[in-house]
Structure formats: C-alpha cells, structure tokens
Design a protein around this ligand. Structure first.
Ligand code: UDP
Length: 205
C-alpha cells in the first residue's frame, strides 16, 4: 500500500517491511530503485517536476524523516514509521550476509567505501562485497585526445555491471545519487539500487 504526499508516492512500510520488499526485488533479478525520501528532497521535488517524476517511478519509497511521517498522519494516511537510508542499508547488509547477496558500495571520498566495506565484513564475516568505488568520478566520458585520465561515469557503470552485485548502495548525496541510479538503472542491471547519503562516512567511522 502507498500514499500520496505533495504529489510523491510514499510506501506505507516499516523497516522490516522494506527489507521484505527488497528481498522480493532481488528474487526477480530485474532492476529496481529504492528511495528513502527525506523532507529536503520532497520540498525540492515541488520545484523540479523531473525529480518528482523520478520519485514516482521508483519501486519503493520510504518515509525518511519524522516530518514526512507527521505529514502523512496529518493527511489522514499514516505510514508505520520512519525508514532512514542508513537503517535500511544496515538491515539489508545483515540480510545480504545471510542470503549470500553480493553488495557494491559506490560513493564518498577515496578510501571511505573500502573502509566501510572492511568494517561491514568484520561485523558480518559471510558478507560478499562485489566491489567498491569512490564518488568523485568524471560526469561524462573523456573523448578528446587531451591525455586526461581518470574514472568516468561510464567506467563506473561498467565496473558495477561487471561486478554483478545484487544490492548497490550509492553515496553521492541526495538527489545526485537518485538521479545516477535512475539514469543507469537498466545499464547497471542490479536488482536493487538505493541512495544512502553520508552513510559510508558514518560506517567507516
Ligand atoms: N559525495 C560523492 N560524490 C560527490 C558528492 C558527494 O561521493 O560528487 C559523497 C560525500 O563524500 C558524502 C556523501 O556523498 O559521503 C554525501 O553525504 P551527505 O551527508 O551530504 O548526503 P545527504 O545525506 O545530504 O544526502
């Protein structure tokens, strides 16, 4: 079941419900986008119809923020509670370790995703990390002969596709991460991709 809040679809799920939805997405093998919707993004979507449309094309949208939970209640269509990016990520990582789902961490400054992966594997010895990549790559491919090197967005997409993860966590900040996922969802072919904001920095400590 989902509700409508300022034109955006929000699913009436709690953390456990969101994890079950994700498990069902993984089982299909087809690409899905999960968004934890915070008030800043919902506000911004009011001015940006494309962002609102992107939210409404997502496969699962959780209420990330007490303001969203409160607004849903006032609108007479309550949601069970708040589901934040980091809470959902940590719950999914735990489930991934049990299920054998492969995870990929994209984003944050160089070294942070690796350190986050190391700490997650320490906590969940069975966890399979299919790959990591920092979030400061070039937005478009370099086609000129300038001798410029460095990872481009297309290299990143190819790297993730080749690693064949089941879950992709993208920490580029909102809504950059949501736009990245929407833009490359089909090319990536990852069953579940979600934006997690500053979560890698938190996990890496
Ligand atoms: N980031 C990145 N590439 C960028 C911009 C940001 O990898 O081009 C990372 C940044 O290093 C940080 C995260 O994205 O780890 C953004 O965290 P923030 O808490 O600002 O995100 P929010 O929670 O506001 O979405």
């Amino acid at each position: 079941m989902h509700i409508n809040l300022l034109g955006a679809r929000v699913d009436a799920v709690d953390l456990a419900g969101a994890v079950e939805r994700v498990a069902a997405f993984v089982a299909t093998g087809r690409p899905h986008q999960v968004i934890t919707l915070n008030p800043e993004i919902l506000y911004r979507a009011q001015q940006e119809p494309e962002l609102l449309a992107l939210i409404n094309r997502a496969d699962l949208v959780t209420a990330d923020g007490i303001g969203i939970v409160w607004a849903a209640k006032v609108a007479g269509t309550p949601v069970p509670g708040r589901v934040t990016g980091i809470d959902l990520m940590l719950a999914l990582v735990s489930r991934a370790a049990r299920e054998g789902w492969r995870i990929f961490l994209l984003g944050a400054a160089p070294g942070v995703a690796e350190e986050a992966a190391r700490r997650l594997k320490e906590k969940h010895p069975g966890l399979v990390v299919a790959g990591t990549q920092h979030g400061y790559f070039k937005p478009a491919p370099v086609t000129t002969g300038t001798g410029e090197t460095g990872v481009t967005e297309w290299d990143v997409v190819e790297q993730i596709r080749a690693a064949q993860p089941d879950l992709l966590f993208v920490a580029l900040g909102a809504p950059k991460q949501e736009k990245f996922i929407a833009r490359h969802k089909q090319a990536l072919g990852v069953p579940v991709a979600m934006g997690v904001g500053g979560s890698f920095d938190v996990i890496a400590g």
